[in-house]
Write a protein of this length. Structure first.
Length: 736
């Protein structure tokens, strides 16, 4: 039976056959069979045990220790001296102790024969807002792992290891093996003999990470001839906590009394960051530490926390630290507006050859440009931008728009020093220089990037949803006088009218406009022979999921809820008839949310985890309003304020402008908010962004004291604001 057939079967007998095939002298077959078995997760463990493999859950770990200078393989860290599973140590930029591998996300990783140490290096997404896969694996660290091996008798055994970089192995406290290499990580790269005692044997590993390589290992024990040791078992040492588990506040307070200044520093930063001033006070004491690095880090931490007691020490010691520290110092000083920050402004810091360590690079791409911030020639952060888009504001009138397609800092060492904020700010400046008055981006509220976008003037404009529903044949929702059917060519003119209605009354990037071509993917509903809505459904032969790409109900239909349910039910029946068991609905309209929940939909896991949202940034309010001045004229002429002559000032923090009206509409837009304007609207930039992008709720803002108007807010002012900037829904489709 060939491998493909075994994999497709996937039953216990097939797995046993694959397991037996691990006993072979053909290395290529051996490696192939390992990777095939790994696909079956925990079900494959009994087969791997026959070949003597350990799995992740056999080990405990303490990590990371430092390997910045690639000398970590020979540095003696505490696990080589003592074994205390409850003791805290000062690791690389964090407090560490022995712990089990966490099972927060991928439960099957615990049953894998490849022990992925890179994954364990990073704190969970819930704590950092950064997914593991969004990091480069440039860790420069040392990890120790321990397991117990229970052997049925005293015997000589063969240890078979695979690692990317250096590894040391101790067997019962005796160093048995060492290598310091860089290579692809595969099983059985290193093979050596070691004696095992009857009963429990303690195995300690030390692994180092160098550069951008995967970081993990394979480990197995066999007889000297490579065959199975019957009765050999791995046992995970007993520890009560997980690796990278958060340390309680009480434990941190105890660590403030540590005799190790490095441990005391790490604990005090955590305590101070929680708002407990006891941490700040310890940091002040550490400004006199004998360890100059601790002095410098304590001064930086205090200044970053807006505690001015660290400033003088920071100014004094920063120049003696490395360039990345100096960049961090400049970032901290800028937060508290210290006048001496210019010395440590990122672009003023130079290397020994008097060359700036930080530079920027702009590269043209097929659809826009890429901004890169470079540290000594290496990219620290990037922003990919699509340009020359249009953001529709209503009635066919749009503003020139750019879209941020991706933004990231992939190297852990470049985070938390202001480089991301610099990259975003310079990117936004470049976007405006190119004539774009607004920028959109899709991100997640739970992502660390969301905070940086907010600091750069972006504001949430549209929740981005992805609903899913598993189908069953009991879904028989019908409305007696609303019928559904497939699209017919004779429907085209009516559907084009519905499409035009949608396009004119929704805001968002014009690239999200629905297609004007219709085919078998189009579903329609009608009442008394009149089309009242349509949807486009993507159905592919090899995909068990049907995807709703577009959905619209006639705005004039009196009960959109009933019509929406009828159209959704039609889609469900259509998907079932095509053999699909699931429906996905991307970026549904807000009014549909409760309807979807009532019909058995739920947000998919990524939506719950990240809380995706579409954000909007107005680069220059005057320029933005000039682009849509015809729309403002159209709206005021159709309102009760038609013919009004005067000046209307919008006054925010960064966003300011004055609109001048005469009897025919908008005649001019000026750059500042005139203090003596006839009507003045005062609010923060978030409110102003919402207002001018038709996401307003003027009455609610007034009730919550979020806006101020001069003259005092009244019905006439409310009517004028709601006429100029009516509330409009966002288009379906992505914002990137």
């Amino acid at each position: 039976m060939d491998l493909k057939t075994l994999i497709s079967r996937g039953d216990d007998q097939a797995l046993e056959t694959l397991g037996n095939m691990l006993i072979t002298n053909d290395r290529s077959s051996f490696l192939e069979n390992i990777q095939l078995l790994r696909k079956f997760g925990r079900r494959a463990v009994p087969q791997f045990r026959k070949a003597g493999f350990s799995i992740q859950d056999d080990w405990i770990i303490i990590s990371p220790f430092d390997n910045t200078d690639d000398k970590g393989i020979d540095i003696v860290y505490p696990p080589e001296i003592e074994t205390d599973f409850d003791k805290f140590y000062a690791g690389k930029d964090r407090i560490i102790r022995w712990g089990k591998f966490s099972k927060d996300i991928w439960d099957d990783k615990g049953f894998d024969v490849y022990i992925d140490l890179a994954y364990t290096y990073f704190d969970s997404f819930e704590r950092t807002g950064i997914e593991y896969v969004w990091n480069n694996i440039n860790l420069k660290c040392v990890s120790y792992l321990m397991t117990y091996v229970n052997c049925p008798e005293d015997m000589e055994s063969q240890f078979r290891l695979g690692s990317v970089n250096g590894i040391k192995v101790w067997v019962n406290n005796e160093l048995a093996f060492k290598t310091d290499v860089t290579r692809e990580c595969l099983p059985d790269l290193d093979i050596f003999l070691a004696s095992l005692n009857k009963g429990k044997n303690v195995i300690l590993l030390k692994l180092v990470s160098k550069g951008r390589n995967p970081y993990g290992f394979y480990f197995r024990i066999t007889k000297p001839d490579g065959t199975q040791i019957n009765g050999l078992e791995y046992e995970q040492p007993k520890v009560s906590h997980n690796h990278n588990q958060m340390i309680s506040h009480d434990q941190l307070i105890q660590l403030l009394r540590s005799k190790d200044d490095r441990l005391k520093y790490l604990a005090s930063v955590e305590v101070a960051s929680s708002g407990d001033k006891r941490g700040n006070d310890i940091l002040v004491k550490l400004l006199k530490s004998k360890d100059l690095k601790i002095q410098a880090n304590s001064a930086l931490a205090l200044t970053s926390l807006n505690d001015k007691r660290g400033i003088e020490t920071l100014i004094k010691v920063a120049s003696s630290q490395d360039h990345l520290f100096q960049i961090s110092a400049g970032n901290a000083l800028s937060r508290i507006s210290d006048k001496r920050l210019s010395e440590f402004s990122p672009f003023n810091i130079k290397d020994e050859q008097d060359i700036p360590v930080l530079s920027e690079k702009i590269s043209d791409t097929q659809k826009g440009f890429r901004f890169s911030l470079l540290y000594k020639g290496e990219e620290t952060s990037h922003v990919d931008v699509r340009t020359n888009l249009s953001f529709h504001l209503g009635d066919g009138i749009s503003a020139k728009c750019a879209s941020i397609a991706s933004f990231g800092i992939r190297e852990p060492e470049y985070r938390a020093m202001g480089l991301g904020a610099i990259a975003l700010r310079k990117t936004c400046d470049k976007i405006f220089e190119m004539g774009h008055t607004c920028t959109i981006v899709s991100t997640g509220i739970r992502l660390v990037a969301h905070r940086l976008y907010c600091l750069s003037g972006f504001f949430d404009r549209r929740p981005q949803t992805r609903f899913e529903k598993y189908l069953d044949n009991d879904d028989n929702y019908y409305i007696s006088d609303i019928s559904s059917r497939d699209y017919k060519d004779s429907d085209k003119d009516e559907i084009l009218k519905l499409r035009e209605q949608y396009c004119l009354t929704n805001v968002g990037p014009t690239e999200s406009f629905p297609k004007d071509q219709f085919d078998e993917r189009t579903r329609v509903i009608e009442q008394n022979g009149k089309l009242i809505g349509y949807a486009t459904v993507k159905i592919e032969p090899d995909n068990p999921t049907a995807e709703i790409e577009f959905f619209h109900i006639d705005n004039s239909f009196p009960d959109k809820k009933i019509a929406s349910k009828a159209l959704l039910a039609s889609i469900h029946r259509h998907a079932l008839s095509n053999g699909k068991n699931k429906v996905m609905f991307y970026h549904s309209a807000p009014y549909l949310m409760n309807i979807l929940y009532s019909m058995g939909y739920d947000l998919d896991a990524s939506m719950k985890r990240h809380e995706w949202v579409g954000m909007l940034r107005i680069a220059s309010l005057p320029d933005f309003l000039r682009e849509i001045s015809d729309l403002l004229t159209l709206r005021i002429q159709g309102s009760r304020s038609a013919g009004w002559q005067g000046s209307f000032a919008i006054n925010g923090e960064r966003l300011k402008a004055t609109i001048i009206f005469n009897k025919d509409g908008v005649v001019n837009i000026e750059d500042e908010a005139h203090k003596k304007a006839d009507l003045i609207f005062l609010a923060n930039d978030r409110i102003i962004t919402a207002l001018v992008s038709s996401d307003s709720n003027v009455w609610e803002w007034y009730r919550q004291n979020l806006i101020t108007t001069k003259p005092r807010f009244n019905e006439r002012i409310r009517d004028m604001l709601e006429s100029l900037f009516p509330t409009m829904p966002c288009m379906l489709g992505p914002w990137w």
